[in-house]
Design a protein around this ligand. Structure first.
Ligand code: AKG
Length: 351
């Protein structure tokens, strides 16, 4: 496994975008956001405007949900097809792939074989906008978990507002004008975003060390950027793009959300921002058990462009030295290409 270095992930305080009207404070924070994401593709954010109480409530709902018996959770099953990503996925259903895996998988599929060698030992529940008829939500019957749906709909929109504030900061820091500036604000589709509740059950450390099970292998996200909230378990790591193969531990810090740049934003900026490779692996041992991991709960919110938006390099980021690197394609095309591999093929159940 690639080495881990421990320096802290840089933090940017965006509270000026929540409360202040002080333009200089906003510009300073926006510049730092852009500098850090240019260098690393990820950043820790404080002052994001999501209250501690709301986050505590979200994690409490997530625990209540995953504590339900499997047959109850399966009353909102994720579709058999890859999309839309909605409802409940049992452990082993999803296998996250990185780019190298995808190439290998294409070869294996053509031979009728499966690459699903190491199942991800996690379960998840995916939620989208209630006002997106193209990708309708899949809810548990209300009596299974009363109040869950109402809270999650509210939470989706709170996160959406935070995403818009962060995009305002990006737009200010990137100093783009006209259509280019407008393009940045389109990176939050409002209705194609995805709220995901994740639970990585307790597992023998050996199973991960021996690669019998994975928590989540290294991958990038497909959209604009992801806001990632995590509990205190640990295990999330991000690759340092300045030093490929070296991962930084994203230690859980209360009040902080981790932002990682997604593929679409990378393509739009012709690699000015790099899509962050990240993974979830063994957390540090705890004093209560050195043989078993702690369970882990995390909540990513994937901020995505509208499905029809085309990722075409913005002229500001193209030059003779930096020619266009990626073919233009819509978010729908890009997402369809990647997602079919994550849910493709018969998923193995893991208990
Ligand atoms: C994903 O869902 O794509 C993640 O990378 C989640 C990471 C985490 O659980 O911290």
């Amino acid at each position: 496994m690639a080495p881990i270095s421990e320096p802290n992930i840089p933090t940017v305080d965006l509270s000026a975008f929540v409360t202040a009207t002080n333009e200089a404070a906003k510009q300073e924070a926006a510049d730092k956001l852009v500098q850090v994401c240019h260098r690393l593709g990820f950043v820790a954010i404080t002052g994001h405007g999501i209250s501690k109480a709301l986050l505590a409530e979200a994690f409490a709902w997530s625990k209540k949900l995953f504590d339900l018996p499997l047959e109850e959770k399966m009353k909102a099953p994720h579709p058999v097809e890859a999309t839309p990503h909605r409802g409940y996925s049992h452990p082993g259903k999803e296998k996250v792939y990185g780019y190298d895996d995808l190439n290998e998988k294409e070869v294996n599929d053509s031979k009728g074989q499966s690459l699903r060698k190491i199942p991800d030992f996690k379960e998840s529940y995916e939620i989208g906008s209630e006002d997106n008829p193209e990708e309708p939500n899949i809810w548990l019957p209300e009596e299974v978990l009363p109040g869950y749906r109402e809270f999650m709909v509210k939470f989706y929109w709170e996160l959406n507002e935070a995403a818009t504030r962060i995009l305002n900061a990006f737009a200010m820091g990137m100093k783009l004008e006209g259509e280019e500036a407008d393009m940045i604000m389109k990176l939050n589709s409002l209705h194609s975003n995805q709220l995901r509740l994740l639970h990585y059950p307790e597992v023998p450390r050996e199973a991960i060390e021996n690669q019998e099970l994975a928590r989540m292998p290294a991958h990038t996200d497909w959209g604009s950027f992801t806001l990632l909230f995590q509990d205190d378990c640990g295990g999330l790591e991000l690759e340092d793009p300045q030093n490929r193969g070296t991962y930084l531990a994203a230690k859980p810090t209360e009040g902080t959300v981790l932002l990682n740049i997604g593929d679409f934003f990378m393509r739009l900026t012709n690699d000015f921002f790099v899509s962050a490779t990240h993974r979830v692996t063994l957390p540090p041992p705890t004093s209560s058990s050195t043989t078993t991991t702690k369970p882990r709960y995390s909540i990513p919110y994937f901020v995505s462009p509208p499905m029809s938006l085309i990722a075409k390099a913005l002229p500001t980021y193209v030059s003779e030295e930096k020619p266009v690197k990626y073919e233009a394609c819509s978010f729908a095309e890009y997402a369809a290409h990647i997602s079919k591999y994550q849910y493709g093929g018969p998923a193995k159940e893991v208990t």
